[in-house]
Ligand binder design. Structure first.
Ligand code: KIV
Length: 262
């Protein structure tokens, strides 16, 4: 058993505090993340971009996710590990159950799925069987073609109301956490206020209950630094200190600032 539990993350929110999330794909970085006491480690399918050099996350397979999850798991003793379910690995409930089991057996303690209301039944089926779920709304990179690009979501009242409704559906279905990506800061704030479960933002403003960044972005080694990210190696002399500074700035609310929001 790892130290950080879902219960602990929920009590951090209940106490009005914040927690930090970072992506990892291998043992060595996982160990540094764990030593920096970052609460949650996400084995993101962003590995398609930052590890494989793909343009999107669509080519990532369940076997690749399981491989990276197992490697990360060997480096972690305390941080809670979430693994992304890759594109089309949860299109039906039987597929979702089978593929989530592969990631849990590789070392994940929770799986993350992209999508709204259509996923509620799947979330229910997973959580009923003891598999914790993190939802993902807003810019959902697996739907990049349907969304016509990597664009900010939930910009008008109708889209914002729909996202709030879908977030509630996922919560009621049993999701324990929710990631929201590239949405207006005001919507990030109302999602965090209206949900009991912790809301983790990436490009969702300062008011969410937690923040997540892609490791390569916060180390400034991605091809291009997204507006919502910050390169912590510009202010720190080594990776370990950069990870600690990220965690501290999330905890104190210093990151993200207005310049990182939409
Ligand atoms: O795959 C990933 O890294 C993610 C984060 C951007 C939230 O889903």
């Amino acid at each position: 058993m790892k130290n950080v539990t879902i219960e602990r993350l929920k009590s951090i929110k209940a106490e009005g505090k914040k927690f930090a999330v970072i992506t990892a794909y291998d043992y060595s970085f996982a160990k540094l993340i764990d030593e920096a006491e970052i609460e949650v480690t996400l084995v993101g399918d962003s590995l398609g971009n930052v590890i494989q050099g793909q343009e999107t996350t669509l080519p990532v397979t369940i076997d690749e996710m399981a491989y990276h999850t197992a490697n990360v798991n060997r480096g972690i003793s305390a941080s809670l590990i979430i693994a992304d379910m890759p594109f089309m690995s949860y299109a039906t409930i039987p597929q979702a159950l089978e593929n989530a089991a592969i990631l849990m057996q590789a070392g994940a303690q929770m799986v993350k799925l992209e999508g709204g209301e259509w996923l509620a039944e799947t979330v229910h089926a997973l959580t009923e069987r003891g598999i914790p779920v993190c939802g993902h709304l807003g810019l959902t990179p697996q739907s990049v073609h349907k969304l016509s690009g990597f664009k900010v979501q939930g910009k008008n009242t109708e889209a914002a109301d729909k996202m709030l409704y879908e977030a509630k559906q996922l919560e009621e279905a049993g999701a324990d956490l929710l990631v929201v990506e590239c949405i207006p800061s005001s919507l990030g704030e109302s999602l965090a206020k209206n949900l009991d479960i912790p809301v983790i933002g990436i490009g969702a403003g300062p008011a969410t209950d937690a923040q997540v960044l892609v490791l390569q972005d916060m180390l400034g080694i991605s091809a291009k630094l997204p507006k919502f990210a910050k390169n912590y190696l510009l202010q720190e002399s080594n990776i370990q200190n950069a990870l600690k500074a990220y965690k501290q700035e999330v905890h104190s609310g210093e990151f993200p600032s207005a310049e990182h929001g939409f």
